[in-house]
Design a binder for this molecule. Structure first.
Ligand SMILES: O=C(O)CCC(=O)C(=O)O
Ligand SMILES: [Fe+2]
Length: 350
């Protein structure tokens, strides 16, 4: 076995198990009804399924989602070509504190290094965000994409894929709104100048897969994540019922959807954002593509009025989405002595 940089080594309690439980129970939801919206009873059934999946798992898979296979194949192919470039070539579009999108292979999750490299791009280029996390600083700045020279088609296939993700994300948010007894378009207003981005993930084979993780345990901080993975596998979800890590077995052509922290706050904990991580292996590299649906930076995130009452008061104080992400971005480039900003910091304690 090769030597592995100690920066990658997880504490014993966070190391992956040799044998794993396959997440058979993770709901698999057929989205066909969204393509014939007049079929009211089919939509109602679908809304119920989505509601239970959000409540019980915070994770589910969808099939018949309407995203053309060809667009996905194209973005995977471009992602593979990019990952095969030399480190020097990739460093030309390297992420930094100032350039927040691009290539990066030095990310830490909870202060342990992840065994992966990523390429990030914002779907609204440039996107306007606060200049600093300081609460009183009203200055704004722009975050822009960096596109590599090679492969030349990367930019275009990413843009085409983005359109599909946005369409699917809106559909899913409509179903989620309905499942909460809200009007279908209840969430749409939050996405006018959305800060959503896409991440192309590449996990190399790892000589010490029992010590390191492709991606350490975390919750997604945004609204919703739409993930596609290749056939290698490795995503694990912390099951709500018993806290066990279960391996997601991706159905062919499925997208894996999970609720993020913003939705947890909006729904006042009705739908919780669930921890997940990625296990690597010593034989096969793995690719995945994640679309993170994020609100406009000027959004104040707080429990929705319709979902709170005297009996069920708001469990969170309002926080600025823009300040939250600038805080996160800054700390990504500094080794932390304290925990990163979390929604729990806005929790109202009695
Ligand atoms: O690659 C995966 O399967 C999951 C990636 C993920 O959870 C993330 O990037 O937040
Ligand atoms: Fe994630």
């Amino acid at each position: 076995m090769g030597e592995v940089d100690p920066a990658f080594i997880q504490e014993p309690e966070h190391r992956p198990k040799i044998s794993y439980i396959e997440g058979q129970g993770i709901p698999l939801i057929d989205l066909s009804p969204i393509h014939s919206p007049d079929n009211v009873s089919a939509i109602e059934g679908l809304v119920k399924e989505i509601g239970s999946a959000c409540k019980e798992w915070g994770f589910f898979q969808v099939i018949n989602h309407g995203v053309p296979l060809e667009k996905r194949e194209k973005i995977y192919s471009a992602s593979r070509k990019f990952s095969a470039l030399t480190a020097e070539e990739k460093s030309k579009v390297r992420k930094s504190e100032k350039k927040v999108y691009g290539h990066y292979d030095n990310e830490h999750t909870k202060n342990v290094k992840d065994w992966r490299e990523v390429f990030d791009f914002t779907i609204n280029d440039p996107v306007t965000v606060p200049a600093s996390p300081e609460p009183d600083d009203e200055e704004v700045t722009e975050w822009k994409n960096q596109w590599p020279q090679y492969p030349p088609e990367l930019r275009e296939v990413c843009q085409e894929y983005t359109q599909e993700m946005v369409k699917l994300a809106y559909k899913l948010m409509e179903l989620i709104a309905l499942s909460l007894g809200l009007p279908a378009d209840r969430f749409h207003g939050f996405f006018k100048d959305q800060t959503s981005y896409i991440r192309l993930n590449h996990y190399n084979p790892c000589p010490a897969p029992h010590l390191a993780l492709g991606l350490g345990r975390h919750q997604d901080s945004g609204v919703l994540t739409i993930l596609n993975e290749d056939d290698v596998g490795g995503l694990e979800v912390k099951r709500k019922t018993d806290g066990e890590w279960v391996r997601v077995k991706s159905a062919p052509d499925a997208y894996i959807i999970n609720i993020g922290d913003t939705t947890q706050v909006w729904t006042n904990d009705e739908y919780e954002s669930v921890e997940h991580r990625v296990v690597v292996n010593s034989e096969r590299e793995r690719f995945s593509i994640a679309f993170f649906l994020h609100a406009s930076s000027y959004t104040m995130v707080e429990p929705l009025e319709e979902l709170t009452s005297e009996q069920n008061p708001a469990k969170y104080r309002a926080y600025s989405w823009g300040k939250f992400i600038t805080h996160r971005k800054r700390s990504n480039f500094q080794k932390l002595s304290v925990e990163n900003v979390q929604i729990s910091h806005f929790k109202i304690t009695k």
